[in-house]
Every structure is written in structure tokens, then in C-alpha cells.
Design a binder for this molecule. Sequence first.
Ligand code: ATR
Length: 272
Amino acid sequence: MNTPDRYAVIGNPVEHSKSPEIHTYFAVQAGQNIVYERLLAPLDGFVDSVQSFVRDGGRGVNVTVPFKLQAHAFATVLTERAQAAGAVNTLKFDGDIILGDNTDGVGLVVDIIRNAGRVLTGKRILLIGAGGAARGVVLPLLEQAPAELVVINRTISKAVELAYRFADKGCIVAGDAKALQRSFDIIINATSSSLVEEMPPLDSAVFAESSLAYDMMYAKEPTVFLRFASERGATIRDGLGMLVEQAAESFFVWRGVRVNTMPILASLRGKM
Ligand code: ATR
């Protein structure tokens, strides 16, 4: 058998990453001869770690906290979605070319449309947050041509800045979290408030019974945001499906093969 192609997830910390399990599953399903490892890079050693991985035959990496901006700077060619995101979660090494891509936004969109069975086209979407995670999903959301994409944030100036940045890509506006008292079809929490078990500022009127409330974080139990939404009748979904779908898109970027994500999503869900 030929030597397997090497891939890895690089981050700090990286020991809890589910990416090795997900990609190893994809490789078996698709009959691809690869190995997928964890690479713990020193906080000041991202580029050195990647370069040594490439010298040792590495073909691509997924990039996680805190290196997504450095990966963006390190890439020699950026996809449109990586440029829009301002961050890179997927690097592909091809001769002298270091391709930087970002599959997070597509992962979210695919999870909502295919796995949650919700339409985005023509719908009212509320995006909460204006940091890196929020910016990473704006372009793929706008590509679905929603009726509107309203961005709210604890620091309103950052929401205004984000909406301004994407103004030429679709119907995106910044809103005032406290004054926004109408319902949305899809409400996405892209803040890190769930990490500290806090609610992002918003009015409960944004949730209707037909709403889907989506938290890009995932945990064993629903986040405080999802519990709040559920109490107001909304359907809730965490970010585990987004994690699996962004991985599938990275796998496609590297290997040109589409995989079936359902079994690994069910398996990860079962282990939580
Ligand atoms: P990330 O890459 O996870 O997006 P980030 O760029 O630091 O990280 O952005 C964090 C986002 O979560 C911001 O929108 C932040 O709001 P501010 O811009 O006001 O800082 C939001 N956030 C973090 N903690 C929050 C909390 N406890 N409540 C509400 N919003 C919070």
C-alpha cells in the first residue's frame, strides 16, 4: 500500500478537537488513503509548525484557535470566502501554493438547509455577534439570498462595521439589540457568550414558534441561549452539525470527494 497522505488539525489547545475522528471516518467511507493528526503549535510558533509539517509531507491542515488569522496571512492564495471571512480554517499545500480557505460558513449553511431542513432564501435571519465567528458566516448566508440579514452585537459599533463591510453582497443591516422587537425565521448566536453561560443581549420577541434558534457552540446540554429560545417555543439546534459539515467541506477541498456526514454526526451526538 502507498504511503498515506498526511493531514492535521493545528491549534493551541488541540487535544479536545474532534477533527481527527471526523476526518478518519470520512477517509474510511471514501476509501481515501490518508492519516489525520493533531498538531499542538506553540503560541508563537504557528508558521514554524506548519512549515515543518509540510517538509514532512503534510498535504493540508485545519486551523483552529488561536491561529485562524495567522493562517490567513500565511496563505499565498485565498478563496473568496476566506477573504470575506478574514480568517482561514483550511490550508492546502500544493507545490509552492499555500491555498487558504474558510469552510465554517458553508458548514453552517449546509447544516441549516440539509440537516435541519430549513430554507434560508427569502427568510429573515438575525445574526448575533460581530467577532470573527460572525464575520466568517456572513458571505455564505448572504449567498442564500435571505429577505434580510440583521446583525446585532453587545458593542453596536462592531455590528455597524460588519454590516457596512458586506453591504454590497446582499441585504444586511445592523440592528439595535434592545430595540429589535420583531420575530425572525432563523436566529444565529455567533457570540462566545455561551462559553461563560451568559445570554447575548436581545429581546425575547425575536423568537416565534416557527423560528429556528441556532447556537454555533455545542455542549452536552443546550446552552443558555438555546434554553431561552426553547422556552419561547423556537426549535433549537447547536453547532455540532456545523462542525461536521465544515470538516466535510475541507475534506472536499483536499480530496475532491463528497462524503455522507449523517453517520458521524449521529455517532458524535451519541457520545456527548
Ligand atoms: P469569535 O472569534 O468567537 O467571534 P471574537 O472575535 O472575540 O471571538 O468575538 C466575540 C463575539 O462575542 C463578539 O461579538 C462579542 O461582543 P463584543 O463585540 O461586544 O465584545 C461577543 N460576546 C462575547 N462575550 C459575550 C457576552 N458575555 N455577551 C454578549 N456578547 C458577547
